[in-house]
Design a protein around this ligand. Structure first.
Ligand SMILES: [Zn+2]
Length: 437
């Protein structure tokens, strides 16, 4: 099987797994192993550094995949009084402060084994890159067309929102403590907002006005027993096979998230099929998230919300908070990754570094081992800065859209064409977007 076919099949299996359909774990492992072997073979003769880094990513991914599966299994077994890692985030909004503290403290006490696995994973990744004369941070920055200067901007963004975040804690009447931080606050922020619009109809309208082919996307908005993903977009073969799935749970968060995923889908169906497959399949997160965040920015836009009769002041202030919460969280995560992969801190200092950054940005002290339960720090090698960079790209693009096509640019076919000119080059859009550091 060639690399393209392997990638396509892996992506389809993952989509099936998330969506609660039958999938074949053995097949996934087989494909991943074959992909790593093929990537290694190609690495011997490849000249383009971008392609080299993609292939290297496949090899590194595979080298740590068993450890990652182990991490997920160990984590799933961590539980306290019926609350497990698997249902923790769903449970948070139903709990009171004392219960939250108790459960999180119990989790943190059991974090040692997880920490050991994560340490091994990171070392494995480092080893693979080293073998091919690359380093993890340098490769990441090269792919995303960034320099280390980006981290200064990210730190500045992280510091900016402290007072806004404090205000919300007061409004919600909960203490400024770790059991009420990011995940809890994110799950209750829209609680009192009465919002029940079904996103599909609205997304369809925007697609139609801007000239994106909605019909080409496979949409799964059903709930089924084993569906564990909240909302996601997969592109096994862009622009031909693009899939969006979300759980029809209602509420503003669902609405906004669906816009985000349909932004990914609009991007994928607009990619130029003449471009090499890997450049369509493996678009950098900093580019990919630009368009999802752009679509999300329509759902949170005051003018748009007014036009669909869904605006109210309370909603707006919650949207602002959610954005501050997101930026602060990702900024702290990004800076820890920078320090770790640069060698400024060692693995055992990740927890204390993260805690002190969260203290500085949000004003909350975290227990040192809490980070092993945070999804980004513990699951990904780097990844977090891409979201902040994408937000910068998105702002840059959105400013241009407003000045060229007016404040309701999402109603304009020409604006759609303009956005497509950044979507169609897939991977190479990173050289076209205005922000470079
Ligand atoms: Zn996304």
């Amino acid at each position: 099987m060639n690399i393209k076919e392997l990638c396509r099949r892996i992506s389809i299996q993952h989509f099936r797994m998330y969506s609660g359909f039958k999938y074949d774990e053995e097949k996934i492992k087989e494909y991943q192993s074959e992909l790593a072997v093929k990537s290694k073979q190609l690495l011997k003769k490849v000249e383009d550094r971008h392609l080299k880094l993609w292939l290297l990513g496949n090899v590194a991914d595979y080298a740590q995949t068993n450890l990652f599966l182990k991490q997920i299994k160990v984590r799933a077994k961590i539980r306290h009084k019926g609350v497990s890692y698997a249902n923790w985030k769903m449970w948070l909004p139903t709990s009171n402060e004392e219960e939250r503290k108790e459960v999180l403290d119990a989790f943190v006490k059991k974090g040692d084994k997880l920490k050991e696995i994560i340490k091994k994973r990171f070392e494995k990744i480092k080893e693979v890159y080293y073998k091919y004369s690359e380093d993890v941070l340098g490769s990441y920055l090269f792919k995303e067309n960034l320099s280390e200067g980006i981290f200064k901007k990210i730190a500045a963004l992280g510091r900016k929102h402290k007072s806004k975040i404090s205000k919300v804690w007061n409004e919600l009447g909960v203490s400024k403590d770790y059991w009420n931080e990011y995940y809890y606050i994110g799950s209750v922020i829209y609680r009192n907002v009465n919002f029940n619009l079904e996103p599909k109809k609205y997304v369809k309208e925007i697609y139609k006005n801007m000239g994106f082919p909605f019909k080409r996307i496979l949409v799964d908005d059903k709930d089924r027993k084993n569906k564990f993903g909240f909302a996601y977009c997969f592109w096994p073969d862009p622009p031909y096979d693009v899939r969006v799935s979300y759980k029809p749970v209602g509420g503003f968060r669902m609405f906004e998230t669906a816009f985000h995923e349909f932004g990914h889908a609009a991007h994928a169906v607009s990619m130029d099929p003449k471009i090499p497959f890997w450049k369509r399949y493996a678009v950098q997160s900093g580019v990919a998230e630009t368009f999802s965040e752009l679509f999300e920015s329509i759902a949170t836009n005051k003018i748009y919300l007014k036009s669909i009769d869904a605006y109210d002041k309370q909603l707006q202030s919650k949207i602002d908070f959610a954005n501050a919460n997101f930026l602060t969280f990702y900024a702290a995560n990004s800076l820890v990754k920078l320090k770790y992969w640069k060698g400024e801190i060692n693995f055992d200092e990740i927890g204390s570094t993260y805690s002190s950054l969260v203290k500085r940005f949000v004003g909350i002290s975290l227990p040192e081992d809490y980070w092993v339960f945070h999804h980004i720090l513990s699951e990904f090698a780097i990844y977090a800065p891409s979201y902040v960079v994408a937000e910068m790209h998105m702002k840059w693009l959105s400013k241009r859209l407003t000045s060229k096509f007016g404040r309701k640019w999402w109603e304009s076919k020409e604006a759609g064409e303009y956005i497509k000119s950044f979507m169609s080059p897939a991977y190479d859009a990173v050289f076209k977007l205005g922000i470079s550091f």
